[in-house]
Design a protein around this ligand. Structure first.
Ligand code: CIR
Length: 344
């Protein structure tokens, strides 16, 4: 039953958001029938179960297997997904550069970046990491690099290995050395050489898979470098085309060991393992896309403020949510995960 619930959840949330709405609405027989029809097309193996839905519900079509039907009826699909925890013990962050107002921006924001406010927001972010149980190391600012607070872009970490990246943004290439120095105390360091470019914001690790956004910042050689370093350690690499936004993690982040949060209509969800690939894919409305980037660690989710649907989806999965005002980072195309590297 549990396996079925997880599979139904993956399908419903990746492809059948309306299935969820239908199953939560006890009076919604017609909508439930429509959702079941789509589910039947996607997963015929779950049907022809003999018992399950009433004749009126199935209207002459094959019936869902009893366990599938119970999962749909009970609303378990809406509340399943007890997430496998993502634990860490420490984090690296970097103080805001005095030059942060010159950070790279894709689109000019309605108002300039307020560096003082960014510092206040950053301090709250650091405090939230501490509240989540992490020991935080704060590196000194790099004023020659306005974007240097976005430390995530500088390194990919898995186990005791850290791959130091080479940013696809020329002004950011010099940020990585001091991150390498900090990580070298605890990790085996690998490097990235030209022509490869990688931004950590494109690199989403879920379990033993690295999803690598192929964006303007991360090229084919960069993805290949991730394969070279992490392949022998048992990780596979899936490349994800990124169009219309900066990094893959602008629209997707990890919320459990086998679960991702993804903004609707942003990337091809099938790349996250196909319908039954084992990953739970939780979609949030496009209007809340900014909140798809969330830091989940030790049972706590740091979420951009004022995204109620995202907050609810995470709370429903048992996470404690801390909302943070990210206005100044958003102006610089940054969000929650960008500001830290989580370790151990
Ligand atoms: C940049 O364009 O590189 C910065 N302004 C934003 C980087 C955000 N980093 C991230 O999403 N990992």
């Amino acid at each position: 039953m549990w396996q079925v619930v997880q599979e139904v959840t993956a399908v419903a949330e990746a492809e059948l958001a309306s299935t969820l709405r239908a199953t939560k609405d006890p009076g919604g027989r017609k909508r439930r029938q429509e959702a079941a029809a789509r589910l039947r097309a996607l997963a015929p193996q779950w049907f022809d179960g003999g018992r399950g839905a009433s004749r009126r519900e199935t209207a002459g079509r094959s019936r869902p297997q009893p366990a599938v039907w119970r999962a749909l009826r009970s609303g378990a699909v809406a509340t399943a997904g007890t997430l496998q925890p993502l634990n860490a013990s420490s984090a690296i962050v970097r103080a805001i550069s005095a030059t942060f107002h010159d950070a790279i921006v894709q689109h000019t924001a309605p108002s300039p970046i307020d560096v003082a406010l960014a510092r206040v927001q950053h301090a709250r972010y650091v405090q939230a990491l501490r509240d989540a149980g992490l020991a935080v190391t704060e590196l000194p600012p790099l004023d020659a690099h306005p974007d240097a607070c976005f430390v995530e872009d500088c390194a990919l970490v898995a186990g005791d290995t850290a791959l130091i990246t080479r940013s696809g943004a020329p002004s950011r290439v010099g940020e990585a050395d001091s991150i390498a120095e900090a990580l070298a105390r605890t990790h085996r360091i690998e490097r990235t050489a030209a022509p490869a470019t990688i931004d950590g914001g494109d690199c989403l690790r879920v379990g033993r898979t690295w999803f690598i956004g192929r964006s303007a910042r991360t090229n084919a050689e960069g993805a290949q470098r991730v394969r070279e370093v992490f392949g022998p350690l048992g990780y596979s690499v899936v490349e994800v085309p990124v169009r219309g936004f900066l990094h893959l993690k602008c629209v997707a982040s990890r919320i459990g060991d086998g679960a991702v949060l993804v903004a609707e209509d942003s990337v091809d969800l099938k790349l996250f393992g196909g319908l039954f690939g084992g990953l739970e894919v939780v979609t949030i409305p496009r209007a809340e896309a900014y909140a798809a980037n969330t830091v989940v660690v030790n049972g706590t989710a740091l979420v951009a403020a004022n995204h109620p649907r995202t907050r609810a989806a995470l709370e429903q999965r048992g996470l404690r949510v801390i909302e943070l005002d990210m206005s100044e980072f958003a102006k610089a195309d940054g969000s929650l995960t960008c500001l830290s590297i989580l370790l151990g």
